[in-house]
Unconditional design. Structure first.
Length: 258
């Protein structure tokens, strides 16, 4: 019932010429409402699985014996990533993937604040999230930025930084290698693809930095950027993303409380 008529509607209702009416209809089903989503669509958005690793956000295929403890997955224990924690608003599946695709590849920039508000609500709901000193959006290579015309991570991060009163840095971290898109590569090749792809010139000694991006798949790109932030002295690095890809067919429990 919820999403049977969604396909094709996203791009109609988010057309810039209808921006004035944006907050009067649900972005997914077009029902009259006062927010981005009607209550029914909001409750059916694909949440993050209840049992997951706090570092990489991978879902556990089983329920931990002590579900209230932060249990780290075997992968992060065996090979700790350069970042410390990950927060995602949603799981990367329909209709979230369609929304992000519309933003990223169809330049529907009015979707950016919609997605950002979901992330902001999640961050405010989680008591364990500490406010960082700085937000750094995932950089795009200059050639990719010229082709696309915008960086979706910047559009999202700008909304988050403003709402949470956190400084955002757009100039100190650059993507210095124009690597092939990660989506075109096998999972095992992704970490090699982004190795030494970033350069950071800002002194981050003792600071907590949040990296903002649209999607986390394997975490290879986030890890590569976090490595450079560590080199510059960052004491803590958090990933703040709109959606996390889950590789197992684990039922995600929506976060209806945010």
């Amino acid at each position: 019932m919820l999403l049977s008529i969604l396909t094709g509607k996203i791009f109609v209702y988010l057309h810039p010429t209808l921006e004035a009416f944006f907050h009067k209809n649900c972005i997914l089903c077009d029902a009259t409402c006062t927010q981005d989503f009607c209550d029914a669509c909001l409750q059916h958005l694909p949440g993050i699985p209840a049992h997951h690793c706090p570092i990489c956000l991978s879902a556990f295929a089983f329920h931990p014996a002590q579900p209230h403890r932060s249990q780290v997955c075997g992968s992060c224990l065996a090979t700790p990533p350069a970042y410390d924690a990950t927060v995602a608003a949603l799981t990367y599946t329909f209709p979230v993937d369609a929304l992000i695709h519309a933003l990223k590849y169809r330049a529907q920039l009015t979707i950016a604040p919609v997605l950002a508000r979901l992330l902001i609500d999640k961050l405010r709901y989680l008591e364990s999230v500490h406010k960082p000193d700085l937000i750094i959006p995932m950089p795009l290579h200059s050639r990719r930025l010229q082709e696309r015309g915008f960086n979706q991570a910047v559009e999202i991060a700008r909304c988050v930084a403003r709402a949470m009163n956190i400084k955002m840095d757009l100039d100190s971290c650059k993507r210095v290698r124009n690597t092939p898109p990660q989506t075109e590569l096998a999972w095992k090749l992704r970490q090699k693809n982004v190795r030494n792809a970033f350069n950071c010139t800002l002194d981050l000694s003792g600071r907590h930095v949040a990296i903002v991006d649209d999607v986390m798949t394997t975490g290879a790109t986030l890890h590569a950027l976090a490595q450079q932030l560590r080199i510059k002295g960052a004491a803590k690095i958090s990933n703040w993303v709109i959606a996390r890809v889950q590789f197992d067919s684990i039922q995600a429990i929506p976060d209806v409380n945010f």
